[in-house]
Write a protein of this length. Structure first.
Length: 243
């Protein structure tokens, strides 16, 4: 395993156009639960299945129940970036990392200092009134007031700017992600099971010879990778010495 991590560091050192593609596993070391592991949100017991509660239909028809779950389970304001977020921000500042493509909605990449973050599934940090379009901060939504359903000053319901089930991804984010991956000389895919479409299929656009998959478990894309590391992200990124 150490030899693989050394190879990863070697790849990073010799690359000048790196793109990072990450999933829930990037933030688990910050304390945020993932979705599909045995301890993840989708394997816990609730009044309704989590996949149903995180759907557009459920948000529209059971808004109060949606927000009860959302505020309890998806509030990322209390969490801090971990070593992976920090190292990625440092790589970007150095000019080697050109884009972070993330399936996460927690905003921790930005909190660590990353600037070019392409959020495939939106962000809890942005929220908007469904009536007038006014934007609100996450503090408004996750606040400690008695408002079970966050409301705009115009009276409209505030919706998180996250992609719920039954909703489509932002085409502009998809195009930017494809462009970044096509032009990358190194693609790091980490902390994702690569089972969620269409996001996972994006790595097919990479045509280079430094595709690195870092995940605790095997993925269906392991066979096309140039390097597979089944180890914690913290251990791998902790080996990067960025000056």
């Amino acid at each position: 395993m150490e030899e693989k991590i050394e190879k990863f560091v070697e790849f990073v050192n010799e690359s000048e156009n790196i793109v990072f593609f990450g999933g829930a596993g990037v933030s688990t070391e910050s304390g945020i639960p993932d979705f599909r592991s045995k301890d993840g949100l989708y394997n816990q017991k609730y009044k309704y299945p989590p996949e149903q509660m995180l759907s557009h239909t459920f948000f529209m028809n059971h808004t109060e129940d949606f927000y009860e779950f959302y505020k309890e389970k998806l509030n990322s304001l209390k969490y801090e970036p971990n070593i992976t977020h920090i190292r990625l921000a440092e790589l970007e500042k150095k000019g080697k990392l050109k884009a972070v493509i993330t399936q996460n909605i927690d905003g921790l990449h930005q909190k660590a200092g990353s600037k070019n973050v392409l959020e495939l599934h939106g962000s809890v940090l942005r929220n908007y009134c469904m009536n007038c379009g006014k934007f609100y901060s996450a503090e408004k939504v996750f606040g400690e007031d008695d408002e079970k359903i966050p409301k705009c000053e115009c009276g409209g319901i505030i919706k998180p700017d996250v992609v719920l089930y039954e909703e489509g991804l932002d085409d502009s984010i998809i195009y930017k992600s494809i462009y970044a991956i096509q032009n990358a000389d190194m693609l790091i895919v980490a902390g994702t099971s690569l089972t969620v479409q269409p996001a996972s299929s994006l790595i097919r656009y990479y045509k280079g010879n430094k595709l690195v998959l870092i995940n605790r478990d095997a993925t269906i894309y392991d066979e096309i990778a140039n390097l597979v590391i089944n180890e914690s992200l913290g251990k791998v990124f902790g080996k990067l010495n960025i000056v």
